[in-house]
Write a protein that binds this ligand. Structure first.
Ligand SMILES: O=C(O)CCC(=O)C(=O)O
Ligand SMILES: [Fe+2]
Length: 326
């Protein structure tokens, strides 16, 4: 169950036949695995390297400073900094007591979220500029790079489905109400993760339509084998390739043609006593709130009827939130 690697340059710069070929390869990957690696994508290598540097600079700040941009409590305003909740986690000395305290934390990670500067529902939450000069403009610019890549991928999917217009899916994401997340998994003892009771991020599927995932070279990401539920397979990071996956909303919209595959992050391979710190940068896309989510053309037929009721993208989020908090 390898994740297919597609040369996205064929779609971005190729002939009509090459564009089609890339689109079909992506479609097949999403049908079979729900994940694809794209090489020669549109996000510049230097920008990506810089983004990881900014992420490290941010997480290296004192906890008190990071807390000047706090993520609001609750699940409806996803912006700002969320800490690991236990300062001990950043120190490399762990007693049995510390390990037990660690187990109380849902996932040993810290994050910083930002979104579209025009998003009025979820305004961004930044540090005072003098605490980390340049961070905000960089993230705003990196957001637009990721946004553009999402729209290119949506065009390739429209081509694969032979929709009336190549922009049909991209147009339903016109507001680009997306979310850029910086993630830092601090060093933890392998012992803490090895018994399988805990992971760096526990098994989940993503919520929206598409996710981009940039990761460093450490490893530890695993995805559930579509043919063997409950069995997880390692995903080796590939330099200069972005991992792209389908989220739950897109699975529904495609009438389950494309899979929203469950994934998690565990200890990286190796014999060390400590898991080295890991950094990743997911970017979550979703459709505009008033978009009607109803089986896309090409995803249903008389023999493959529509499996889900139609719902707006906004209604879907409400439904999911209600299920979370019931
Ligand atoms: O850190 C990773 O590689 C995965 C992150 C992830 O799955 C998520 O934030 O939804
Ligand atoms: Fe995820």
């Amino acid at each position: 169950m390898a994740i297919p690697i597609v040369d996205f340059g064929k779609f971005l710069n190729g002939s009509k036949a090459e564009r089609q070929e890339a689109a079909f390869e992506i479609d097949a990957a999403f049908r079979n695995v729900g994940f694809v690696f794209l090489k020669n994508h549109s996000v510049a290598r230097e920008k990506l390297i810089d983004c990881f540097k900014w992420s490290k600079r941010f997480f290296d700040l004192e906890e008190e400073v990071k807390m000047l941009a706090p993520h609001p409590p609750g699940g409806s305003h996803h912006r700002g900094y969320s800490g690991v909740g236990l300062e001990k986690v950043t120190q490399n000395v762990f007693s049995e007591e510390d390990l037990e305290a660690l187990r109380q934390i849902p996932d040993v990670k810290e994050s910083f979220e930002s979104g579209n500067v025009d998003d009025e529902q979820q305004p961004n939450i930044w540090l005072p500029e003098d605490k980390l000069p340049g961070f905000r403009p960089f993230m705003e610019s990196f957001f637009t790079d990721c946004r553009d890549l999402i729209h290119y991928i949506l065009r390739s999917l429209a081509l694969a489905l032979d929709l009336e217009s190549e922009n049909q899916l991209s147009d339903t994401h016109a507001q680009s109400l997306f979310q850029l997340r910086l993630l830092h998994y601090p060093a933890v003892p392998v012992k803490f993760l090895a018994d399988g009771k805990k992971s760096r991020i526990s098994a989940h599927s993503d919520f929206g339509t598409l996710t981009l995932l940039f990761q460093d070279a450490i490893g530890g990401l695993e995805i559930e084998d579509p043919k063997q539920p409950g069995v997880f397979r390692k995903v080796e990071p590939i330099e200069d390739a972005v991992l792209v996956n389908i989220g739950d909303l897109m699975e529904r919209w495609s009438n389950s043609r494309w899979r929203s595959t469950v994934h998690r992050v565990v200890a990286p391979p190796g014999e060390n006593e400590m898991c080295p710190p890991r950094y990743s940068i997911p970017f979550f896309a979703t459709a505009d709130p008033d978009t009607m989510i109803e089986a896309l053309p090409g995803c249903w037929s008389e023999t493959n009827p529509k499996r889900f009721d139609s719902v707006t993208a906004w209604g879907y989020v409400q439904m999911r939130m209600a299920a979370l908090y019931e």
